[in-house]
Design a binder for this molecule. Structure first.
Ligand code: GAP
Length: 428
């Protein structure tokens, strides 16, 4: 993990936040390559959830919403973690994550358990009183539930259908950590799939499978993933059933994504609290029903971490070690690098770069030996390098080198873009 954190900083994936001021606990900034990786993750999720399905539409609701929403959803009373402090070293822990009843750091005595609400509170407007309290959303899901009627009506949707949303969420976590695994400010990608009661169990299983297979498709080994069904006592206050898709992180198995059957908990709560009828008219039976909801929910920050962990490889290369990020081409921040063998070839190489960059996220690098430049691109996971050499001036062709096999092929310039597309196989 330390190696990955250090590579992430050195190569512009993720930087410690507020670093020049000594840092700010458990917050991270995405650098030029990290922002591409995370954007690729979010775009793939959106493409597979919304663009390529007939039964899911998108939404982008506000982060600040009426506090009545959090009252109705149960977050004000239920969204808490059990907190204990050590009376000796004053370290803080989540009581549900401790094995014994003494401090794991110094063996000191612990305080009684207190319930700690995870929502960040703020004030709307200039007056800081009870009437102006608002919360930063701790999940994007509620913005979907309160817009259920708007979306269903405006898009003339019939059950089953889903609403997908991506955006920031905030939780005052007691124990953030493990790099970008658990932070207080993070992003979520959630999809609420509304179904007829009675069909919920089948859809729940279908979404667990669908989401599990999504990770396999983009390069996660099945050996590194497992599905863990929650025991009754572990279920969140809104859930009838939940399965976590877990990944084997360096510190052990941990939650990557949760798929929950939320029943009609949310629509019922919001109907009751707002006095607005959120039921759905089933024109097959002529009855009004309150749909059940299946929810796959995940954080792209956590996905970025697993793709980085999975991609990282060190392999012997002559007397040295080659570090290579074997990203699926869809995820690679840079798809193609253009490398002139000599600076004297700058004009020709810039022309090649212009050709390539309108199709792919690309980089131009003319510093250091060609071997060093290949290594630099391997280390950030660039699938293809295009080398412009002196022969290019005579034969109008370039060499394309594959990151994984390190094989090279000569390609005529007028066929280059198509060849790169064929090799990257994006959009499949
Ligand atoms: N709407 C349901 C919900 O929010 P959750 O299991 O609390 O469920 C869903 O969160 C996903 O959001 C998690 O599986 C994880 O991927 C991500 N997530 C939750 N808390 C996080 C945090 N503090 N930092 C990073 N990602 C987090």
């Amino acid at each position: 993990m330390d190696t990955l954190v250090s590579l992430s900083k050195r190569r512009g994936f993720v930087f410690p936040s507020s670093e020049i001021y000594g840092g700010f606990s458990s917050t991270w900034d995405y650098g030029p390559l990290g922002v591409e990786l995370k954007r690729n993750i979010k775009n793939l999720w959106w493409r597979d959830m919304v663009q390529r399905r007939d039964d899911i539409v998108g939404l982008d609701s506000a982060i600040l919403m009426s506090p009545l929403i959090w009252q109705a959803s149960g977050h004000i009373t239920e969204f808490t973690d059990p907190l204990v402090d050590c009376k000796v070293c004053h370290h803080r822990f989540r009581a549900d994550q401790l094995d014994g009843d003494r401090c794991p750091d110094c063996g000191g005595e612990l305080t009684d358990v207190r319930r700690f609400n995870l929502m960040f509170k703020t004030f709307v407007g200039p007056v800081e009183d009870d009437a102006s309290v608002a919360y930063l959303r701790p999940e994007t899901a509620q913005g979907i539930f309160v817009n259920f009627f708007n979306v269903q009506q405006s898009m003339r949707r019939k059950l089953p259908f889903g609403i997908a949303q991506q955006g920031k969420a905030f939780r005052n976590e007691i124990t953030p950590g493990n790099f970008i695994f658990r932070t207080r400010e993070f992003e979520q990608m959630e999809m609420e799939f509304f179904v007829k009661p009675g069909t919920d169990e089948q859809w729940y299983r279908q979404w667990v499978d669908n989401r599990y297979n999504w990770y396999i498709k983009y390069g996660i080994s099945p050996d590194h993933l497992r599905i863990r069904e929650h025991q009754k006592e572990e279920l969140a206050h809104y859930a009838r059933a939940t399965s976590d898709i877990e990944y084997t992180f360096p510190w052990g198995w941990g939650e990557l994504e949760g798929v929950a059957n939320r029943g009609d908990f949310d629509l019922r709560r919001h109907s009751d609290a707002s006095n607005k009828d959120l039921s759905y008219f089933d024109d097959e039976t002529g009855e009004r029903i309150l749909p059940y909801v299946i929810e796959p929910a995940v954080g792209p920050d956590r996905i970025a971490l697993i793709f980085l962990l999975e991609a990282y490889h060190e392999e012997p290369d002559k007397d040295e070690t080659r570090v290579v990020l074997r990203f699926h081409p869809e995820l690679a921040p840079i798809k193609v690098a253009v490398l002139p063998l000599s600076r004297k070839l700058g004009e020709e190489a810039h022309n090649v770069h212009s050709l390539v960059r309108s199709h792919f996220m690309s980089q131009y690098d003319d510093t250091g030996s060609i071997g060093k430049r290949y290594r630099r691109q391997d280390e950030i996971g660039t699938p293809l390098c295009v080398t412009v050499d002196f022969d290019t001036l005579a034969d109008s062709a370039v060499t394309v080198r594959d990151r994984d096999s390190m094989e090279q092929v000569r390609v005529p310039l007028d066929a280059l873009v198509q060849k790169l597309k064929d090799m990257l196989k994006l959009g499949e």
